[in-house]
Design a protein around this ligand. Structure first.
Ligand code: CDT
Length: 310
């Protein structure tokens, strides 16, 4: 057995007015609990340090640089890194990254148990739109404020297993999991902020959206024989609702833990990475069963093109 005791640290809402310092205190409280419950890896949501700011439209997007981190760790987050090192707990969390040469990414990092950053991922599948859209019940301007990630889907071995990262909307795309699956991934860490209603179809509410959340994460886990830990930021942020439903899914696609609230809530599960080997050596033995000669369209075509009508 190769056990990773993982803690999914769901976070309740963060308001626009909340300081980074106040948020980091909440993250530390979750980490203290995770450590007391024996966790050696804690996973926080996407954009864990701030409100989900892409819901706000501004003409001058430079105004938005206050939501971005120019270095990591920085003064606000250093106490979190220090506490992680004290507890000997690895962590994953998301934040808005502004690089020294002026690029904006929706980013997640992975640290080892000493608090050293060993991995970085920049969100590839940016949902939403670039300009204000009056037809939506709320704005989702990730395409305005971020560039698509430029690092691809990598995996890291520093925690003893093969660990990958993705962010929110990435979890809906089978390509996300498969690219990591092809690198033997054993645990995928995913933070998310998902509005409780579909901005373009208001009748699609929390229940349906939670169904899509489970469907995507469970399918990704099963089809790649990997653990998946998906962690929400939830609750009402400045009048805008995000659903919770953080979950840990085993390599058979089954949910082993699921959040019940929309607040700060910790799920801890003992994950045996060796449990991935059955699926990886049988039905999803890629080397034996994949037929890449038929998959060319996956990388040569982006949008769907039906054949012409006869
Ligand atoms: N943060 C994020 O990626 N949220 C999206 C909302 C999609 S609707 C524009 C998600 O896939 O959950």
């Amino acid at each position: 057995m190769r056990i990773v005791n993982v803690a999914a640290a769901q976070m309740g809402p963060i308001q626009k007015a909340d300081s980074r310092g106040a948020v980091v205190k909440r993250m530390i409280a979750l980490m203290d609990e995770a450590s007391a419950r024996g966790a050696d890896l804690i996973v926080y949501p996407e954009l864990a340090l701030t409100t989900f700011f892409p819901r706000w439209y501004v003409e001058d997007r430079a105004e938005f640089d206050s939501w971005f981190e120019r270095e990591m760790p920085n003064d606000a987050t250093r106490p979190l890194f220090e506490r992680a090192a004290q507890h000997q707990i690895a962590m994953n969390f998301g934040y808005a990254e502004l690089t020294p040469d002026g690029h904006h990414f929706n980013t997640a990092i992975l640290t080892d148990k000493s608090g050293k950053i060993v991995g970085k991922y920049r969100k590839v599948h940016l949902p939403g739109h670039t300009y204000y859209d009056a037809n939506r019940s709320h704005q989702h301007l990730e395409k305005r404020y971020f560039e698509p990630g430029d690092l691809g889907f990598n995996v890291w071995r520093e925690l003893g297993g093969v660990i990958g990262m993705a962010i929110c909307n990435d979890r809906r795309w089978p390509e996300t999991y498969r690219v990591m699956g092809l690198q033997g991934v054993e645990m995928v860490l995913i933070g998310y902020n998902t509005p409780s209603e579909n901005a373009e179809r208001r009748e699609e509410g929390t229940e349906k959206r939670m169904f899509h959340n489970r469907l995507s994460v469970q399918a990704g886990a099963y089809q790649n024989a990997t653990w998946v830990v998906a962690v929400a930021k939830a609750g009402v942020e400045d009048g805008h609702a995000l659903f919770g439903g953080s979950l840990i899914v085993d390599p058979n696609g089954e949910i082993v833990a699921e959040a019940e609230t929309e607040g700060d809530e910790l799920l801890v599960h003992s994950c045996d990475l060796d449990a991935t080997s059955f699926g990886k050596t049988t039905i999803f033995n890629f080397a034996q069963h994949r037929r890449i000669e038929h998959y060319g369209l996956i990388t040569s075509r982006t949008g769907a093109v039906p054949p012409p009508e006869k």
